[in-house]
Design a protein around this ligand. Structure first.
Ligand SMILES: C[S@@+](CC[C@H](N)C(=O)[O-])C[C@H]1O[C@@H](n2cnc3c(N)ncnc32)[C@H](O)[C@@H]1O
Length: 242
């Protein structure tokens, strides 16, 4: 995808997600054979937040990660932010059904200009959201801004195919299976073409780790998931950082 096509697609992102919102959860679970649930659970476990902690999930979508934190943080607070009102609407009704509306609050907002004061959260997460931002580095720095000193940033994200036989299988899946199945079930093939190309265009593990270090994070590392299809990236804000 060329730079112009990519920026147009990214400008359209909230609209694309609102289009597929009613089928988003179902498709996630079907297309990933439910592995996405395990990945999100691992993300929440690695955040290791105290049950009275404060957490923010950026690009929260239909709020699966925010809900998982809500269940764990008995006395804490969870904020979820997303630009798509369609995705947030589904998230809101899931929160009501689970009786978590008091503990988990959803906000419509831009991950590049988060509606929170600096140093507010013990952990900030973003699951499958970073690759949708028009400026990855700015998104990371903005999330880091909202972390308290010693707070943790965790990013769950797909990794572009890197080599070998698995490269061919994964590329085939992204280019042929994902748009066709996603398009049939959601009614929006262009949304799933966009999702596939956004994975192919995303940073490699080493590039993303370098970006976390440049944003001033410490203890930076990546945990490989399911043979490297996805990673959880981890970094801590230094003590005394603004
Ligand atoms: C692939 S979904 C991931 C949703 C959820 N985190 C999950 O794990 O399923 C990406 C989400 O990012 C949101 N998004 C894209 N750009 C955004 C931005 N600049 N600010 C906030 N949300 C954004 C979309 O609306 C969408 O809900």
């Amino acid at each position: 995808m060329n730079a112009e096509a990519r920026s147009i697609a990214k400008d359209e992102t909230p609209g694309i997600f609102s289009e597929i919102a009613p089928r988003y959860d179902l498709l996630n679970h079907v297309l990933s054979l439910n592995i996405d649930r395990l990945w999100r659970r691992e993300l929440v476990r690695m955040a290791n937040v105290h049950k009275s902690g404060a957490v923010m999930d950026a690009c929260t979508g239909t709020a699966d990660v925010a809900i998982a934190f809500g269940k764990r943080l008995e006395y804490g607070t969870v904020a979820g932010v997303d630009m798509s009102d369609g995705m947030l609407g589904i998230g809101q009704s899931k929160l009501r059904k689970r009786g978590l509306s008091d503990r988990v609050k959803l906000f419509e907002g831009d991950a590049l200009a988060l509606p929170f004061a600096s140093a507010s959260f013990d952990a900030v997460t973003i699951a499958f959201g970073l690759r949708n931002l028009p400026d990855y580095s700015r998104g990371i720095r903005e999330m880091v801004r909202t972390l308290k000193p010693r707070g943790r940033l965790l990013i769950l994200e797909f990794c572009p195919p890197t080599g070998g036989l698995s490269l061919k299988a994964y590329s085939f899946y992204l280019q042929s299976v994902l748009p066709v199945v996603g398009g049939l079930v959601s009614g929006s093939r262009r949304a799933y073409e966009y999702l596939a190309s956004s994975i192919g265009d995303f940073m490699t593990r080493d590039q993303l780790l370098a970006m976390l270090s440049s944003a001033g994070l410490e203890e930076v590392r990546a945990r490989k998931l399911t043979g490297g299809i996805a990673y959880i990236y981890y970094g801590e804000k230094p003590n005394g950082a603004a």
